[in-house]
Design a protein around this ligand. Structure first.
Ligand code: LLP
Length: 442
């Protein structure tokens, strides 16, 4: 069965009677007119649909907990939708903790992750009652215990481990040790456990956590990850008499940015995960643990598009035709950071013949600011609205104010309704934190 992450466009995308593309019943050209461009547009139906795919796919395992990796896109409205779909949250900073808290999320459903959480961030997590903290390293174990003691609390933790599986999106390798900044090496787990059991009385260990990569197309890698997590749980029971009953396998399922991308469905992933888990439970003779999975990209990416207005163009003699848009690497850094590829259409010309190859350039002062290289489009002109698909994940969340350009607004569409969920930044927002010291004003 297919799942939403296997589509390039939001599920509600279609051509409407105005001859334009619409999403969530909203004409993209009218949205661009009303809210301006660049504009992030999120389709609520598509978000809810992938949540349902995940829940259905994993329903064969009793003790499953879906967590949304907020780093992909963290806003209060998005948190509300995910909460409403029954998801918990994987957060990685005080900012993400605060966002879900302000959205009214039950903080017991939140897991705090990260390789260098600060004293203040850990203290905030304890104060707000974050459900689990995934401890990444020895320094953090000691720091967290000290903070928990000062609040006279016992903190529920997982240990983040590096299982020795490295994912390169289309292939993966298994090694004894992984040269990674995240988590405890397999050979360091026992020492961490001994410290928790003997020295850190304000920490209660519940299980193990791992994350093997992102934009993963491989299914077997999850089976190998589960084998390592369950093997370690069994080993810790044998050695320390420790009954750990939670495993968190991280996120990573890929999405379809272009036709070449063929991500597996949530159903394929769930089959291999549940099958491997059940086999390992038998093989190692352990009680079935609670399973946590924390996808980010595959939950939110497909629901999002970005609208831009085409502006100036340049024909390089005997070379490429460049068309510039009013956004670029500051609202979507992925093409310049990772050579990521995107698919796009002209929202006001969905039916026109694809008659030319152009390169979509961003408006930022850097020659690497190219959004899409060599894409087939109809004859385009200044004022056309470009719709770039699959921008829901890691676009707004990694956006910057490079060149002191305001971040775009974000609109949630559903059933012909469009609501602002993030206001467009103003020029005043940009100078809001600036300070001129008195001595410079004299
Ligand atoms: N859990 C942990 C511990 C993670 O580190 C991540 C992502 C996730 C879950 C969610 O992974 P996802 O399901 O989204 O693949 N900025 C990059 C992606 C970085 C992902 C970092 N960790 C990009 O734009 O491709």
């Amino acid at each position: 069965m297919n799942s939403t992450n296997q589509f390039i466009k939001p599920l509600t995308t279609k051509k409407n009677e105005n001859g334009n593309i619409e999403i969530g019943g909203c004409d993209l050209v009218l949205l661009a007119e009303k809210f301006g461009t660049p504009l992030y547009v999120l389709d609520e139906y598509t978000i809810r649909s992938i949540c349902k795919d995940y829940k259905k796919a994993f329903s064969a395992y009793d003790k499953v907990n879906m967590m949304y990796a907020s780093k992909a896109l963290c806003t209060m409205a998005v948190s509300k939708i995910l909460d409403n779909e029954g998801f918990g949250f994987d957060v990685v900073s005080a900012g993400e903790i605060y966002t879900v808290y302000k959205a009214g999320i039950n903080m017991a459903k939140v897991l705090f992750n990260g390789n260098n959480k600060s004293y203040d961030e850990l203290a905030l997590a304890i104060k707000l009652g974050v459900g689990r903290i995934s401890v990444d390293n020895f320094f953090e174990l000691s720091l967290l215990n000290e903070i928990a003691k000062s609040y006279d609390k016992t903190v529920d933790i997982l240990l983040r481990i590096t299982p020795g599986i490295e994912c390169h999106t289309h292939e993966y390798i298994q090694t004894g040790h992984l040269d990674s900044k995240f988590g405890f090496d397999l050979t360091q787990i026992d020492e961490a456990v001994e410290l928790i059991l003997n020295n850190y009385s304000n920490l209660k260990l519940h299980g193990l956590h791992a994350h093997i990569g992102s934009q993963i197309f491989e299914t077997k890698i999850y089976g190998d990850e589960i084998e390592i997590l369950v093997r370690e749980i069994k080993r810790l029971d044998d050695k320390f008499g420790l009954k750990l009953d939670e495993i968190n396998i991280g996120g990573g399922l890929g999405v379809k940015y272009t036709e070449e991308d063929l991500p597996p469905s949530t159903y394929e992933i769930a089959n291999i995960v549940i099958d491997s888990l059940n086999k390992c439970i038998k093989k190692y003779n352990i009680e079935p643990p609670a399973l946590f999975i924390e996808p980010g990209r595959s939950i939110i990416s497909t629901s999002g598009v970005t609208l831009y207005t085409l502006g100036s163009s340049k024909q390089v003699p005997k070379g490429r035709t460049y068309f510039a848009v009013d956004g670029g690497m500051a609202d979507n850094p992925r093409p310049s950071m990772y050579q990521a590829k995107y698919y796009a259409e002209i929202a006001n010309k969905p039916d026109c013949e694809l008659s030319q190859e152009i390169t979509v350039a961003g408006r930022f002062c850097e020659s690497g600011d190219i959004l899409i290289k060599d894409i087939q489009l109809p004859q385009v002109e200044e004022g056309d609205i470009l719709c770039v698909y699959n921008t829901g994940a890691y676009n707004y969340s990694m956006a910057s104010n490079y060149n002191r350009v305001q971040k775009p607004a974000m609109i949630l569409v559903n059933n012909s309704q469009s609501d602002i969920i993030i206001n467009r930044e103003t020029l005043d927002d940009l100078v809001h934190h600036d300070v001129i010291p008195d001595r410079l004003s004299k």
